[in-house]
Design a protein around this ligand. Sequence first.
Ligand SMILES: Nc1ncnc2c1ncn2[C@@H]1O[C@H](COP(=O)(O)OP(=O)(O)O)[C@@H](O)[C@H]1O
Ligand SMILES: [Mg+2]
Length: 348
Amino acid sequence: MIDIINQFNIEGEIKSYEIFGIGHINDTYKLITTTDQEYLFQKINHNVFKDVSGMMKNIQRVTNYLPSAFDRLGISSQETLRLIQTHHKENYFHHKTGYFRMFDFKSHLKSRDVPESEDQIFEGAKSYGFFLKALSDFNPFNLIVTIADFHNLDYRIRNYEKVKLKIKNLKSHPAEKQMALVKSLSQQLLPIWSLDAQSLVQKRVTHNDTKFNNVLLDEMSKGCCVIDLDTVMPGIVHYDFGDGIRSTCCTAAEDELDLQCVSLDRNRFLAFKEGYLEGAKDELSATDIEFLPLSGAYMAFIMGLRFLTDFMEGNRYYKINYPNHNLDRCKNQFKLSYDILDQLNDLK
Ligand SMILES: Nc1ncnc2c1ncn2[C@@H]1O[C@H](COP(=O)(O)OP(=O)(O)O)[C@@H](O)[C@H]1O
Ligand SMILES: [Mg+2]
């Protein structure tokens, strides 16, 4: 580890490093040096991110661009991640044990896994809104599509069908009930798919993983820095808004078993919506806005379908704590998707 850390252009010498945070994808460490500089050091999850070089180029481009965009727009509250280069002027280091990168550590800010108040939801959503707005003049096609069809419903369905074909006895399959929901649910969500597939709304730089813990907040719980830029790619606003709603505004955790507890919390939705629109102000078209509520149901369905497909395939992608974990997550996300559809008129 010390050899790897020393590949990077850090100030001072290594004093200590320890595992940090509760990220679920990469291995994250906090590094302190003899000059009391702090860095965030990560081993990138290469199983999830196949194109590390493309991903790191995207992060470099976006983090180079954002500070001046925030300045130009007079957005002084928002900070940007800063990559530390290696001595060879690369933005990551490829070692035989994996891929590594380093950022400045934002010691005055922190993320929370679960929001503690609607104010925090407002602030987190506002940061994501500012992020979208500040990148509105950045050509999304200057970014590399590192995970093709990430939020493409048609692709996710085709993938699911492929896996389903391999199952011999569908009738007695434990996911039989969930499989029976896929067709009708997906048809109700096609309007969001069409927005992207038929270019009915602007293609933008989107974050694509807008969970609450991917924003750092300050001590006053103000949203200050969007992090975890591993999936920045061309997309539509509905992927960011929808994933935010799905992950931040649900009344229960993603694997809650009691489906009666799983619904979209109206007040949290309002807080998220207010915050997001304040950040992205004047940036969204009438069509963008019209489909924001439905985007939550779309993203919950996409997640549910990915959990279902992984369950049917033998749990290869998502880490599980017990055999039916992915099936339970699927039930939960499908329930959330239905609940958003039920509340749609009100949310609109
Ligand atoms: N630059 C940073 N400064 C301080 N904390 C950070 C920074 N970047 C990430 N973190 C913390 O580390 C956690 C994991 O980082 P993240 O990039 O989100 O990894 P993962 O992809 O595993 O979620 C975050 O939730 C946050 O708490
Ligand atoms: Mg994260």
